[in-house]
Structure formats: C-alpha cells, structure tokens
Design a protein around this ligand. Structure first.
Ligand SMILES: NC(=O)C1=CN([C@@H]2O[C@H](COP(=O)(O)OP(=O)(O)OC[C@H]3O[C@@H](n4cnc5c(N)ncnc54)[C@H](OP(=O)(O)O)[C@@H]3O)[C@@H](O)[C@H]2O)C=CC1
Ligand SMILES: CC(=O)N[C@@H](CCC(=O)OP(=O)(O)O)C(=O)O
Length: 341
C-alpha cells in the first residue's frame, strides 16, 4: 500500500481527492492537512463536507515547516490541493525526499517564468522544481509520468481544451492561420470553496470573464503548440465544464478524417469517451471522464469540437489520481473506473 497525504484537504479538490484515496485499492490516506492558521484545523472531514459524513476518522491537521520534511521522508505520494503561492513555496521541501508530489495549482505548469509572473502576479523562484515538473495531461504523458517526482496537474479549462485540440494539432490538421477559438463554461466549484461575492448564488449568471487575459490561455498555448483565443464563462451550476472549440481545418479535411483520428488517438484511453452527440455537463459531473464530439463542415473548412469534463474531477482531482497511479507504477485508471483496472 502507498502512504498518501493531502494538503488543502478541506477545499473542493482536496476533499474530492480524500474521497478517491479512501476508495483506492492500493492507497492509504495518512494525513489530511490545512494551513497553519486554518479555521478548519481540528475538524474532521465529516464535519467539513457533508458528502464525507462517513469519514469522521480523518482530522484536519495544520501544516508547519517541520511537517514538510517529515511528509517528504515518509509519504509515497503528496497531493497539493492548495493556492498557487502555497504550492510554489512548499514544493522544494516536499519534493526533497522519497515522496512524489502532485500539485493541482498552476504553480508548475508554465516553464516560462516571465509569462508565469505576468499571469500569476508573483515571481517564480522555485526554478529547479519547475525544471523537473512534468505536465500531467495523463493521456499524453504516460511515459514521462512514470518517472516523475513533481507533477503539475493541468488546469481545468486546459484539460478540456487540450483533449479536444491536441489530436488535430498533432496530426497537422489545423489551419493555424486562424487561431482555434475556445468558448468554455464552468460551474462555480471551479472558483474554490472560499466565499466570494462573484460566486454567490444570487450573483452568478452566465457571464464571460478573464476575456483575452485568462491565465489558462498561455497554459493551453504552451502545451498545444499554437496560439488560441480562450474565453471562459461562469455558469450557474455547481460542477462541470463544457468547452466548445471552433477550428479551421486544412483544406480537404473531412468528417471521416476526424472520426478516424479521434478514434485512433483515444482508442486505448478509457477516460476519454467519444460520444455520438454533443456532450452534456450532467453526463460527466462527479465522474473522471472527458466526453468529446465533433462536426466538420467540409464546405467552409470549419469544425466544432465539444469537450465536457467535471472541473473538480478530470479538471483536478481524478486527473491528479491518474498521474499518481502512473507515477507509482499502477494502471492509470486504478480507483477511478471499474472494468479497466
Ligand atoms: N476547483 C477546481 O475546479 C480546480 C482547482 N484547481 C486548483 O487546485 C487548487 C485547490 O483548489 P480548490 O480545491 O478549488 O480550492 P479551495 O479554496 O476549495 O481549497 C483550498 C485548500 O487549500 C487550503 N489553503 C488555503 N491557503 C492555504 C495556505 N496558505 N497554506 C495551506 N493550505 C491552504 C484551504 O484550507 P485553509 O485555508 O483552511 O487552510 C483549502 O483546504 C488551487 O490551486 C486551484 O487553482 C485546479 C483545477 C480545478
Ligand atoms: C470558475 C473559475 O473561477 N475557475 C477558475 C479556474 C479553475 C482553477 O482553479 O484552475 P487553476 O488551477 O489554474 O487555478 C478560474 O477561472 O480562475
């Protein structure tokens, strides 16, 4: 059994990870941690999250600098479900021992530190760790993940967008004279558990935000290999992301070209489900799946590809679990889907 710790366990993605780890056949949850002065320190997972009411044995413990070294030396895997700054500050100590570290924040996803500082608002000073970090888009990084000690788990919108776009870019089917246009809607859990006016029930209505400047634009571009126009929207639902991606294809590309392409790229990837109609958020909410569907207009040369995921699962926790499975020598889907494990 692998010994596992979750830091940021009281948050949405941390609690989801706790749930996944407790149900995992080869993992033992050893620590659930929060920040040093957390208002939730001393509470049980059951007290903080009603859906985990059966987990009163796990008590949220405050993290301190002594504990960082102990975790690094004793754990097999550590999940960081913490704000970008906290992940950035702790990675060096946490990755100095035997533990493999899986960071759900954006702190280690962008190799270009200038682009990072512009979008995250602070300078990257953990450059050795940044060099070592593997971008954990699990379907594309299985080999690199097997030997990774630091994994930057992709952002939620980049996961949905890249799973739709990478097959097209990698096959040379995109006409990059027109940037792919990604319009994506996220449920409010994407903004985390802390109360804020913009995510309060009365305030949320379908609205674009971060227009032409969201930090996920450079992340998508860096890991796709071409520039995009990305517009996120906040929707008045709890969980899920629907990304609708419009692309210009190389002249002569047909519907059957895309059908064969997606079928071959994702043939051995059970987490990616190729649907026969455009996907719905409800079909993937609370699951580890990414559902894809596409349509080509051969006459105009445009195609629309839609990608649906649960932001807390494939957009964060279950993708982190895919990465951990691979890094610990297990099958990618262990503890995630029955029938493939
Ligand atoms: N929600 C989502 O859909 C996605 C989130 N992410 C990323 O995952 C990370 C976690 O997100 P999410 O679960 O939504 O966030 P939440 O706000 O729901 O939870 C954050 C957790 O981190 C803890 N925390 C906050 N500040 C600190 C600190 N300084 N030191 C230690 N712990 C701290 C919080 O507890 P406390 O403050 O009480 O200590 C809480 O347990 C973020 O980096 C986010 O950007 C990535 C993809 C999708
Ligand atoms: C709805 C909502 O607010 N979504 C978040 C993105 C989700 C997330 O946390 O992604 P990172 O790990 O890259 O921070 C946002 O737009 O900032």
């Amino acid at each position: 059994m692998f010994n596992i710790a979750v830091i940021g366990a009281s948050g949405y993605t941390g609690a989801q990870l706790v749930n996944l780890i407790v149900g995992h056949p080869q993992m033992t949850l050893k620590h659930v941690l929060v920040s040093e002065n957390s208002a939730d320190a001393g509470k049980t997972m059951a007290q903080v999250h009603g859906n985990l009411a059966h987990l009163s044995q796990y008590v949220l413990t405050p993290l301190n600098s002594d504990l960082l070294a102990e975790l690094a030396a004793t754990m097999d895997g550590i999940f960081l479900a913490t704000p970008h700054e906290a992940s950035h500050d702790w990675m060096e100590a946490l990755s100095a021992g035997k533990a493999k570290v899986f960071d759900l924040s954006g702190a280690f996803r962008l190799k270009d530190t200038e682009v990072f500082a512009k979008h995250y608002g602070f300078a990257h000073t953990s450059v050795d760790c940044l060099d070592k970090a593997v971008y954990g888009l699990a379907e594309y990084q299985a080999d690199a993940l097997k030997s990774a000690n630091i994994v930057a788990v992709p952002g939620c919108y980049p996961t949905a967008s890249l799973l739709a776009l990478k097959p097209l870019f990698n096959a040379g089917l995109l006409d990059t004279s027109m940037r792919p246009i990604i319009n994506a809607v996220s449920g409010v859990s994407g903004a985390g558990r802390k109360a804020s006016l913009t995510t309060s029930f009365y305030e949320v209505s379908l609205q674009a935000y971060g227009v032409l400047g969201h930090r996920h634009t450079p992340e998508i571009e860096a890991h796709l290999g071409t520039q995009v126009i990305f517009t996120p929207h906040l929707g008045n639902f709890k969980r899920g992301i629907l990304a609708t991606v419009t692309v210009k294809l190389k002249a002569g590309t047909t519907q059957s070209d895309l059908d064969s392409l997606y079928e071959s790229v994702y043939a051995d990837q059970p987490i990616v489900r190729l649907r026969e109609s455009f996907p719905k958020v409800d079909d993937v909410a609370h699951t580890p799946f990414c559902d894809l569907h596409w349509k080509v207009d051969a006459e105009s040369g445009y195609a629309v590809v839609a990608s649906a995921i649960d932001n807390v699962m494939k957009g964060a926790a279950s993708q982190a679990m895919q990465c951990a499975n691979l890094a610990l020598g297990l099958s990618a889907t262990q503890g995630l889907i029955h029938g493939y494990e």
